[in-house]
Design a protein around this ligand. Structure first.
Ligand code: ZN
Length: 305
């Protein structure tokens, strides 16, 4: 069993409109946009990152906004819901702020479920004792602010192989209730909870706007990442080489349940090419796409803050 993974690093989804996406995360949820860059594999599309003050691992929701992309269809083989942790006693505030919410109890916890601009599945869960500081520069008061992720729910046709993989990655199964199996990362970074929801009769999800593209797990550095890569490969996974994403290093592999996993490093972080006071303001391009700047500044949808 591995001990290098410390919970989630980021969750990456698809959106249909960059401005709407930006406004939802910065103005409604009160996160900070910590990076405005492009999809390194398809530079005509933004890659927007939202998180806490510095974009700490376990707080970062990221988006590829593809203009006019059709909505995804929910189903199995995907992350169906991303949950954020908020301070104890703040769900009432959020219910009023968000308007259209649905309350659900899972494993004894109240979850406030709501949708993002493209029907993205989200929830807020009160996390007493979560010491991660919410971003103080947004419109949400600190005593209600988002700490970061609490975790994700994966919708699966069958949970067995994914549960086994997560246990190999260091998660422990803590409870079962109805269709849900809960796994928790002991000693994690706060973004510690994975729920597996089994839906044997459901169709496979079709990726589109509002769908999660992949979920990334956090390791401290490239050395830990190389150890994880070696162990996963020996266990039979087809894992990519270590790829430089400028703000972290990444490896990817498709899991038996259909969800794309990434393992990402906490180093070097989002302040490697911008001052902390100005994170996310300028369009940052990786060296391999720097020559495209003039064109991209003409073609990417401008974002007004
Ligand atoms: Zn990623």
């Amino acid at each position: 069993m591995l001990n290098q993974i410390k919970g989630l690093h980021h969750v990456t989804s698809m959106a249909s409109d960059a401005q709407e996406n930006n406004d939802f995360f910065t103005k409604t949820l009160g996160l900070r946009r910590v990076k405005k860059t492009v999809n390194f594999d398809a530079p005509d599309v933004y890659h927007l990152y939202y998180g806490d003050e510095t974009g700490s691992a376990g707080t970062v929701m990221t988006y590829f906004p593809f203009p006019h992309i059709v909505k995804g269809r929910r189903g199995t083989g995907e992350v169906g819901e991303t949950a954020f942790a908020v301070p104890q006693g703040s769900l009432g505030y959020w219910g009023e702020r968000l308007g259209r919410v649905e309350e659900e109890t899972r494993f004894g916890e109240t979850r406030l479920r709501f949708e993002g601009p493209d029907g993205d599945g989200f929830a807020l869960v009160e996390a007493p004792g979560d010491s991660r500081a919410p971003f103080a520069g947004g419109p949400v008061p600190a005593d209600h602010g988002v700490h970061g992720f609490r975790g994700v729910t994966m919708r699966l046709h069958d949970a067995a192989a994914t549960a086994e993989l997560l246990k190999f990655m260091g998660y422990e199964e803590t409870a079962r209730e109805g269709a849900f199996t809960r796994l928790v990362m002991p000693g994690g970074n706060g973004a510690d909870v994975i729920d597996l929801e089994v839906l044997p009769g459901a169709d496979r999800a079709r990726e589109g706007a509002g769908s999660v593209h992949h979920v990334a797990f956090a390791v401290e550095n490239r050395e830990a990442q190389a150890e994880v890569r070696r162990a996963l490969t020996e266990a039979g996974a087809h894992v990519t080489p270590q790829i430089d994403r400028d703000y972290f290093w990444a490896i990817y592999f498709r899991t038996p349940g259909g969800v794309l996993f990434e393992i990402a490093t906490n180093e070097p972080g989002f302040d490697r090419d911008e001052d902390r006071a100005h994170l996310g303001e300028a369009l940052k391009l990786p060296a391999q796409h720097a020559h495209l700047r003039d064109r991209l500044e003409q073609t990417l949808q401008p974002i007004t803050d």
